[in-house]
Structures are given as C-alpha cells and as structure tokens.
Write a protein that binds this ligand. Structure first.
Ligand code: FMN
Length: 199
C-alpha cells in the first residue's frame, strides 16, 4: 500500500441517482431475504468495495468471513442448544432465523491492533465503515442488506463458534439477498434535532 496519487481516481461528480439511492436506503428485514444474492463477480466486487473503507493508519483492522448457508446451519444448531441459558430463551432461539435464512452472510470482525498509536476506538469505527460500505455496495449491485448483531455477538461461548479471537469483536453480520417487496420507511431523526450548525 503506497500513498501514490493514482491519476485514475476521478473527483466526485453530482449524481442524482446516488443521492436518490442514499435518500431511500433502508435495511432489509433479515428473515425476508431470499435468493438471489451476490455470487461470482458480484461477490468479488462487493468484497473489494467493502475493503475500500477509511482506516486511520492503514492498519486494515478488520477481517471478513463469508458465511455460506452450510456453515451457518451448523453454527445455528449449536447456538440453538445454548439458548436455554439466555434471559429469554424463546426470543434467543427465534432470532436465529435471521442468521439461518439469508442466502448470503458476511461477518465483519473488528480486529484492532492493540497498543498501536491509533486508538482502538478509531479502529473499531473503521470496522463499522466496512459494514456500511457492504450495505451500500450490496444496494448498488441490486440487492438488499441487513446489519445485525444479536446475542451471539456478545456471548463468549457463541463467539468461539465464529472463531472470534481475544481482542476482536463482531462489528456485524451483514445479511444480503433479495426482498419480495420494498421495506417500509421508519421515522427518521430531523436535522434540526440532531445537528448543530455553527457559523
Ligand atoms: C451495529 C448494529 C447492530 C444491529 N443489531 C441488530 C440486532 O441485533 N437485531 C436487529 O433486529 N437489528 C439490528 N440492527 C438493525 C437495526 O435494528 C435497524 O434495523 C437498522 O439500523 C435500520 O436502519 P435503516 O432503516 O437506516 O436501514 C443493528 C444495526 C446496527 C447498525
């Protein structure tokens, strides 16, 4: 990785289509995601775009795992057996359908370099940027996506099933596929409530 300026990179140009896409972007209900999902060249493009995310210090403090349906089915069976010790075992089991059903799931793992001068918080934020870029890239390829964590992202025994190592965290499971119908809009925060504009 060098800092060489590539003459190939264009400056941004106004894109009404991209503005419209951003203004209408909406997460998918994960349970409703069905085939088709990106594969082949589309999946390659999606993964390349995912890794093109801002990252202080060029540490690439994340790793991605493409979880195929077979792998997820095996893990979901084991997760299901753990739900009896959750505060709400019924809900804990029910949410597993979000992990089992989508045709494609990409696990984004925050894998910061501890002890580095770039704070871990900044490295973790970069993993969030990867998640968001996956959603945008999936949308650009014509698919819907859903960013989920759920209980198994915070349970030590469950995390071992995904081979999450000490010092790592789940940034998100990004489920991708196609929806039968467009999702409903949800209430959005108003700029006036959340933004301070200073002179
Ligand atoms: C970091 C993160 C974790 C999330 N975890 C869950 C989750 O565990 N369960 C869930 O149903 N939705 C989860 N979501 C999705 C949100 O509940 C919600 O559907 C989404 O943020 C809607 O955003 P949008 O309408 O802007 O697309 C998560 C979202 C983010 C960003």
């Amino acid at each position: 990785m060098t800092d060489a300026h590539s003459p190939d990179l264009p400056l941004p140009v106004r894109s009404e289509e991209l503005l419209h896409r951003l203004a209408t972007r909406r997460s998918a209900p994960a349970q409703q995601l069905a085939a088709p999902a990106p594969e082949g060249e589309d999946l390659k493009t999606l993964l390349e775009l995912a890794l093109r995310s801002p990252d202080h210090g060029k540490l690439a403090p994340w790793r991605l795992v493409v979880l195929g349906a077979q792998t997820r089915a095996g893990i979901v069976e084991k997760l299901s057996a753990m739900t009896h010790r959750l505060p709400d075992p019924v809900k804990g089991k029910a949410v597993l359908s979000k992990l089992a059903n989508p045709p494609l799931t990409i696990l984004v793992v925050s894998s910061p370099v501890h002890g580095h001068k770039v704070p871990v918080w900044e490295q973790e934020l970069s993993a969030g940027a990867v998640c968001m870029n996956i959603e945008h890239a999936a949308n650009a390829l014509g698919y819907s996506a859903s960013w989920i964590t759920d209980w198994y992202s915070f349970d030590a025994e469950a995390l071992a099933l995904f081979d999450i190592k000490d010092g790592e965290k789940v940034a998100g499971f990004i489920h991708i596929g196609t929806l039968p119908t467009a999702p409903l809009e949800r209430p959005r925060p108003q700029v006036s409530e959340r933004v301070e504009i200073l002179p």
